[in-house]
Ligand binder design. Structure first.
Ligand code: GTP
Length: 438
């Protein structure tokens, strides 16, 4: 739970926005439910239940076939304990990014020298308690016993419920659009949440859980660690607009790869800004990784070629190439990126093996147009979302996943070297929606 708490704290603005919005929606037209017991779920996903004679809710529509293009949810990736998690074992390397469990078929298995002392499961995290299967009598729910009162348990707060109708669905759609999910995704998510539940009375917590489940379902297929290939040096080209967090992300990645026992070389390909090169050198020092630079204004492609030569000579596992991000002049940038690719392919026809697009989550909907632009400029193979800490625009990740389906390899949740985390769909969905279970 430590990571979830950290992410939740950092995604505070996003979740509080949705939290507060959902509360307002249920308050408007909601009624206090004296028992507080949830209504039986007659939605398509709910287990079949005996019909209640007094239940005015119409029978649900037949279960629609699941969307055919959505892959099955994959098993949760192994997760490294967050470095700042006090409950985590000391100095455990962060294995997620360097793993290659999802390597495409044509790419051979991860190399055998992958560190095998990596934790296999979340050691410090306990799973959320499962909802109790025991039916609690209504009187006990409403009034805690003497022991409960002695231990400070308060009277159960009355639960507000609102009947799900067209007006409420519209309000949900508006809330999701305001949370940066984009119109198409917001409409689809709200429709899926409502499926088979029209006429049911829902509490805020139930709606949060429904929303979190829906977000998780959309995000699961894209939560994939950066694949590692046996062929070295693996060339990772890092692209993105100015200030999106490319340099910082390269520093964090280099540090995590180093911690996992990989040798890394960085090429400071933004040769147009001396400050960018200096910044990368600082990150290289922090991560303990050599940074290749070239004089200001020199050709980034020739630097990339030199970096390839050095990475090969050093037997490096990874070469991370930073690039400039001036979208103002796309023609130049396109030519520059194309030239870098042409030149490194002289050394390895398969390079770059990954083209990472770094997106600043706080740019909201603009991230969608950045993906569109960079997919035209470069063959983007995956995303890193930065600045998810303290942004109210985390919902854009859902829109990105829904629209493009590009893997999200990692998320940036701060400016420190350890603030790069694997993307966990359930944690993200709970943090975004304020849901506490699921
Ligand atoms: N809060 C927060 N800040 C971040 C994160 N990632 C990067 N930053 C900050 O964002 C700013 C820009 O990051 P850079 O790494 O310099 O971005 P860049 O894309 O390399 O920028 P250019 O060199 O101008 O192209 C810096 O102040 C970073 O500290 C993150 O995940 N969270």
């Amino acid at each position: 739970m430590a990571f979830l708490k950290k992410l939740k704290d950092r995604l505070f603005k996003s979740s509080s926005k949705i939290d507060e919005g959902l509360e307002a929606i249920v308050e408007e037209g909601g009624e206090v439910d004296p028992g507080g017991a949830p209504e039986p779920d007659t939605s398509p996903e709910a287990p079949p239940e005996a019909p209640q004679p007094s239940d005015p809710v119409p029978a649900p529509e037949p279960l629609p076939a699941p969307a055919p293009d959505l892959p099955e949810p994959r098993p949760a990736p192994q997760e490294a304990p967050m470095p700042s998690d006090p409950a985590a074992p000391p100095a455990a390397p962060a294995p997620d990014l360097p793993q290659a469990p999802q390597a495409p078929e044509e790419i051979p298995e991860a190399p055998s020298e992958m560190p095998d002392d990596l934790p296999q499961e979340r050691p410090a995290e306990t799973p959320a308690p499962a909802p109790t299967p025991v039916e609690i009598p209504q009187e006990e729910r409403a009034r805690p016993g003497i022991l409960g009162r002695l231990m400070g348990r308060r009277e159960a707060a009355p639960v507000l419920r609102r009947v799900l109708d067209d007006e409420m669905i519209e309000q949900l759609e508006e809330l999701l659009i305001a949370a940066d999910m984009g119109v198409d995704t917001a409409l689809r998510v709200a429709a899926n949440m409502a499926e088979g539940r029209i006429g049911r009375k829902l509490s805020v917590d139930e709606i949060k859980t429904l929303l979190a489940d829906e977000v998780t379902r959309i995000m699961e297929p894209v939560a994939r660690p950066l694949p590692l290939y046996p062929k070295t040096p693996q060339v990772v080209l890092v692209v993105g607009v100015n200030g999106s967090g490319k340099t910082t992300t390269i520093g964090k990645l280099a540090s995590q790869f180093r911690a996992a026992g990989k040798s890394v070389v960085i090429a400071a390909g933004d040769t147009f800004r001396a400050a960018a090169v200096e910044q990368l050198q600082v990150w290289g020092e922090r991560a303990g990784v050599p940074v290749l630079t070239a004089p200001e204004g020199s050709d980034p492609a020739s630097l990339a070629f030199d970096a390839m030569t050095k990475a090969e000579a050093d037997g490096a596992d990874l070469l991370l190439i930073d690039t400039a991000g001036r979208l103002q002049n796309r023609a130049d940038l396109m030519e520059e990126l194309a030239k870098i690719v042409r030149v490194i392919r002289k050394k390895d026809p398969d390079a770059p093996h990954n083209t990472l697009l770094v997106l600043d989550a706080s740019t909201g909907q603009n991230a969608l147009s950045q993906v569109e632009t960079f997919r035209k400029l470069a063959d983007v193979s995956g995303l890193v979302m930065t600045k998810l800490d303290g942004t109210a625009k985390g919902g854009v990740l859902v829109a990105l996943a829904d629209k493009f389906g590009l893997p999200i390899h990692a998320i940036g949740v701060g400016e420190q070297i350890d603030d790069l985390a694997p993307f966990d769909p359930r944690d993200f969905a709970n943090a975004l929606t304020g849901a506490t279970n699921g």
